[in-house]
Design a binder for this molecule. Structure first.
Ligand SMILES: [Fe+2]
Ligand SMILES: [Fe+2]
Length: 229
């Protein structure tokens, strides 16, 4: 197992080209100018947790993508790269809301675990499932106590986006346990054109034809993810 600190990881990952405009977002630091950090203590705590969770996920997906490139699975690398972009958008959304509340975020320190691509797919799938079933429902339950609109809306966006990720990984992982080689070969023969919505992180594997399924913003908010090489 390859285990590195986040600091080391950030140094190495500058070489990975995930050129994507992180302009974003629903939340703007211009909004909520009142000093609201006393009014939304639960929201702030949840957003800090959510920010941490999304940064960890994004950095892991960048690492998984690089590993898949090394192991010559370019399409799986592309999938992980798209997820990394999506997770980063979720994190940036939370960061902007926290800034509007004059509250952070706290930059997390954590370790990054990169295995081989087969194991990384399993980890990714487990991580997405946990977020769908536990993490995000818990976040939303807490957020609803204070009903900060942007926090709730962005949390819903992330939750729905994670459901997309899980569906996509499950398609790959379904038979991977026993037949990873043949599944991977089939995936590598497919044509993907990943696009991510800059508003909500919605991740689709072809050019968009309709407004975003998750946030309903127009097609122009989708951006193509560059295939890692
Ligand atoms: Fe996410
Ligand atoms: Fe969207």
């Amino acid at each position: 197992m390859k285990k590195i600190s986040r600091r080391q990881f950030l140094y190495f990952s500058t070489s990975l080209s995930l050129s994507y405009p992180l302009s974003i977002v629903v939340a703007s630091s211009e909004d909520n100018k009142l000093d609201e950090n006393d009014l939304f203590p639960i929201t702030i705590a949840v957003l800090n947790s959510a920010y941490r969770s999304e940064i960890i996920a994004s950095d892991h997906y960048v690492g998984y993508s690089r590993k898949a490139v090394e192991e010559r699975y370019p399409n799986i690398a592309y999938l992980f790269a798209a997820f990394a972009v999506s997770e980063k958008i979720h994190a940036e959304n939370y960061k902007k809301i926290l800034a509007s509340l004059n509250a952070g975020p706290e930059e997390p320190e954590f370790e990054i675990f990169i295995l081989d691509t087969k194991a990384n797919l399993i980890s990714a799938s487990e991580g997405e499932l946990k977020k769908i079933k536990e993490t995000y429902p818990d976040f939303l339950t807490e957020l609803k106590k204070e009903s900060h609109d942007k926090a709730v809306i962005n949390c819903m966006y992330s939750w729905k986006s994670h459901r997309q990720h899980k569906r996509k990984i499950s398609e790959i992982q379904k038979y991977s346990k026993w037949f990873f080689g043949s599944v991977a070969k089939k995936i590598e023969g497919m044509k993907f054109d990943f696009h991510v919505c800059e508003i909500c992180g919605s991740t689709i594997d072809e050019a968009p034809k309709t407004p975003c399924d998750i946030c309903n913003y127009p097609i122009l908010h989708y951006h193509k993810v560059i295939k890692p090489a």
